[in-house]
Design a protein around this ligand. Structure first.
Ligand code: KG4
Ligand code: ZN
Length: 324
């Protein structure tokens, strides 16, 4: 079964055809990142305008080797995300579903990130699955007992992990987006140079907090301008990764999970991947970095495993969509 996925929740315009939830037939992504790099952050209006321009070429690329007749459904991200951006994808998906008479399956973007771990592999994670979804907008711990049975355990109370990377990179005058820049700079740095706080490490819930780290980073830069950017980046990265994995490991044990899924843009971080693989070994399921960041293949995969078409007129973009 082939499904066309469409994803436009932030700055990407993406379309992909996936067979049986795991095999990627095509994966087209256009990003307005270079434009946002100039301003150091995503400007919603600009992102949506670029998506309107990119949607048709991206669809054409994704459908180069697949005719509409071969598709069993159209899947689209309907939230959470930027409203203007979401509308581009949702309205396009509705129009295609009407024109081609295909069922329409709305997908939660975070659930999409979860399914990135199912793509392009022979073995799937085993339920119950603990998932850490870390991106520029989200830091969530989810427990999946089965397909479609997701429970929100906890998440960030303030900044998302990716957001913290982006903000601290800005303080260090590194390029945008900050995550990859800090990751790269850390390679030549000593993580023991600054002992950053590990916020909420021992709290009794599954929440995270990263805004304090950003404040601590600002203070350190002011007080110790002599510290090398590489050492600074490595110390900060270590603190974020420590907290993310300590809580994940605790939740994994407490809920008797059998697999650990790592998803979202920050899952591309090399230290996070390395340490997660040391802790979880063969129970770790993380996609290649290009499928960890926003893409439409994960949306098509989510729709295959959660095949619940909704009447087209009922599908609406929901910027604040949550997992219960
Ligand atoms: O999932 P994503 O592409 O978009 C959102 O849904 O937010 O995630 C983007 C975020 C950005 O904050 C970016 O800095 C971060 O993921 N990121 C990284 C790395 N690559 C991307 N953070 C740390 N290390 C990386 N290598
Ligand atoms: Zn995302």
């Amino acid at each position: 079964m082939k499904i066309l996925g469409i994803e436009t929740s932030c700055d990407e315009t993406a379309a992909s055809v996936v067979e049986d939830g795991q095999k990627i037939i095509s994966n087209a992504v256009a990003s307005s990142l270079p434009i946002h790099a100039q301003t150091g952050g995503v400007i919603p209006e600009t992102a949506a305008r670029e998506q309107v321009k990119s949607m048709i070429p991206v669809l054409q690329e994704a459908l180069a080797d697949t005719s509409p007749e071969e598709l069993s459904a159209i899947a689209v991200t309907y939230g959470p995300g930027l409203i203007g951006s979401l509308l581009v994808g949702v309205e396009t998906a509705k129009a295609l579903s009407l024109a081609w008479e295909k069922p329409l399956i709305p997908i939660n973007h975070l659930v999409g990130h979860f399914y990135s771990a199912f793509l392009q592999r022979e073995t799937s994670p085993t339920f119950p699955i603990l998932a850490l979804i870390v991106s520029g907008g989200h830091t969530e711990l989810l427990l999946a007992k089965d397909h479609g049975d997701f429970k929100y355990l906890g998440g960030t109370r303030d900044d998302a992990a990716g957001e913290a990377f982006d903000k601290v990179a800005r303080l260090l005058k590194l390029s945008y987006p900050g995550g990859p820049a800090i990751d790269k700079a850390s390679v030549d740095g000593a993580s023991t140079k600054i002992n950053f706080p590990r916020p909420l490490l021992d709290s009794k819930d599954w929440d995270f907090s990263f805004s304090g780290l950003k404040t601590a980073a600002r203070r350190e830069i002011e007080n110790h301008p002599e510290i090398a950017v590489e050492d600074f980046a490595a110390s900060f990265q270590e603190a974020v990764v420590d907290v993310l994995l300590a809580k994940s490991q605790k939740a994994y044990k407490q809920f008797g999970a059998k697999s650990f899924v790592l998803g979202g843009g920050v899952a591309a971080n090399s230290l996070l991947r390395k340490k997660a693989s040391e802790i979880f070994d063969r129970s770790l399921f993380v996609s290649a970095p290009n499928l960890s960041i926003d893409n439409a293949a994960m949306i098509a995969s989510a729709a295959f495993f959660n095949f619940k078409p909704i009447p087209r007129q009922k599908v609406k973009a929901d910027p604040g969509l949550q997992i219960d």
